[in-house]
Write a protein that binds this ligand. Structure first.
Ligand SMILES: [Zn+2]
Length: 251
């Protein structure tokens, strides 16, 4: 029975992932996510219902639009599969109650923030503001409101300070306002300890990506920091407790 429910949560994640693709594509352009119906982004021909099935349609169509034969971005099945796996993990760890549903929502927000920041170098307020409010509500329900509030404010202040310092010392913009709000959102969901683990990973990943880009292109370039924060936040959500114990055991 449990295996059946986990399989179902994976399928549910695939469907939500399919919707998140639409959100990622349309939200930065301020288009409606409900209208018009899904269409090929190249030839604009509306999709049949059987072309809208997560993963299977991409495989069945062999990665090409039925009408114009142009390749479909591999990102669509990737977002679907990733969301499916995140849902599977969340419901496996937290069960099928309010906590599982809330954290599945948190993961969905993070998936959207991740890809829009990669595409547009932008973290939208329309995602982070509700994300902060929902995170605080979730933490209040969970009995961790104080830690969440502290982490939310702390993340905000820390990132604002980094932004001021890098403008002052390096004379360039280090962090955007969106990063600041994403830090607050992670704090609201993860609490103080969770945020520390998340930021630890974020800065590590950010440093690795920054160095890799410097080596490849020969000069330092702007790159979005939001995706590193999203991955740090997910690592902290799923493995933060065990990482914390492991780290404390070192002393
Ligand atoms: Zn097409």
């Amino acid at each position: 029975m449990r295996a059946f429910f986990l399989f179902f949560s994976f399928l549910y994640g695939l469907l939500i992932g399919s919707f998140l693709n639409v959100v990622i594509h349309r939200l930065p352009k301020r288009e409606s996510v409900a209208w018009p119906a899904s269409h090929c982004p190249r030839c604009f021909v509306p999709l049949e219902w059987w072309e809208n099935i997560p993963l299977l349609s991409f495989l069945g169509l062999r990665g090409r639009c039925r009408t114009c034969k142009q390749p479909i971005s591999w990102r669509y099945p990737l977002v679907e599969a990733a969301t499916g796996l995140l849902f599977l993990l969340v419901f496996h760890l937290e069960g099928f109650g309010i906590k599982g549903i809330a954290l599945a929502l948190f993961c969905s927000l993070l998936v959207v923030i991740f890809w829009i920041d990669i595409d547009e170098m932008l973290i939208l307020n329309v995602l982070t503001f509700p994300g902060i409010a929902l995170g605080l509500a979730f933490s209040a329900w969970n009995g961790h409101f104080l830690s969440a509030l502290l982490a939310g404010v702390g993340g905000y202040v820390l990132f604002e300070a980094i932004a001021y310092l890098s403008l002052w010392i390096l004379k360039k913009e280090g962090m955007g306002h969106g990063d600041t709000l994403l830090a607050a959102m992670l704090g609201a969901w993860l609490g103080v300890q969770g945020l520390i683990v998340a930021l630890y990973f974020s800065f590590f990943i950010g440093a690795v990506v920054g160095l890799a880009m410097r080596f490849r292109r020969g000069k330092s370039e702007y790159f979005p920091f939001g995706p590193a924060m999203v991955i740090g936040g997910l690592l902290s959500l799923f493995w933060g407790a065990s990482i914390g114990h492991w780290y404390l055991a070192l002393f």
